[in-house]
Design a protein around this ligand. Sequence first.
Ligand code: FAD
Length: 345
Amino acid sequence: MIGAGQAGLSAAYHLRRRGFAPYTGFVVLDADAAPGGAWAHRSPSLRMATVHGFHDLPDFELPPADPQAPAREVVPGYFAAYEAKHALPVVRPVRVRAVRPLPDGRLLVDTDAGPWTARALVNATGTWSRPFLPHYPGHFAGRQLHYADYRGPESFAGQRVVVVGGGASAIQVLSELGGVAETVWVTRSEPVFHEGPFTPEYGRAVVAEVEKRVRQGLPVRSVVSVTGLGPSVAYRRAEQLGVLRRRPVFDRLTEHGVAWGDHELPVDAIVWATGFRAETTHLAPLGLREPGGGIRVDGTRATADPRIHLVGYGPSASTIGANRAGRAAVNELVELLGDPRTAAA
Ligand code: FAD
């Protein structure tokens, strides 16, 4: 397995439950030095109260947490306890550089800590290491950063800041900068606000929509791009602060700001809350990518190679989706590889 975030830990739990032996039957290789996956890298200003909704890993609840505690401390602490409780064989820090097919039908996993071989692979590498920055003509000489590097509002005090993006991370940034800085919110298309409750039926419809794209081998869209923005704590705060007045995105960058046609707006900083892409570059030698740009998957299985499962990918890129995908991937692996308990008997 590659990756020990929510998706990887869920799959590791199910591998153990189905009888795969830690270390001899499977390992989880993780690039980070400590538990937490992407949560360990999020802004210290993201509190448990402003997290969209967090779903516990299987068979161990997240203990009650102070709503004001930073998510980057609470969730990694929970993951560490989870790894220990279920004795999961996480080996870190190990960065996988490439996965290649071997002539004998196995996979060679090439890492910065030496090679591993495997009969099958669960890929749970998330998106955090691939922030997406769209290209706009021109050059801005001021401060620019992606949401992945955003660490809270303090360093923007008194400045004029453009926030680019129509997702939940843009709303978080706006809700924190409002009242501290002058914000200008720009999005490519009109943001979609979901007014009603997030019922299970609505959730299933959203997941089906994302799944449809992934089954066609198209690039993965974020779940929020389909759900629309929900009435989160951050959203309500941003609304109260009056910072949700959206403008269409500028058409170019200038030395001191951004411009729409002849109209230039001087700004101090640009925060690109423009999302992430799935981290699958190390899978390139397997040739899984479709002409549409994505990896076509059926459930969690790569259609081009049934040994490869992607969890936390596309419709399973949320804490609840990651949990389900972990179980689904392991069920399929037991079918592919045989039941380890029967093999051992
Ligand atoms: P990650 O948590 O990113 O874990 C991936 C792991 O793989 C990392 O530990 C990384 O070190 C490792 N890795 C990556 N590449 C390699 C490599 N080459 N070799 C070895 N290891 C590697 N979901 C919610 O349910 N609620 C929310 O409020 C929420 N907010 C979000 C906010 C943002 C900004 C983002 C980007 C996502 C958010 N999500 C939220 C989605 C959710 O965080 C993830 O989908 C979920 O946690 C599943 O994570 P993961 O296990 O797929 O990936």
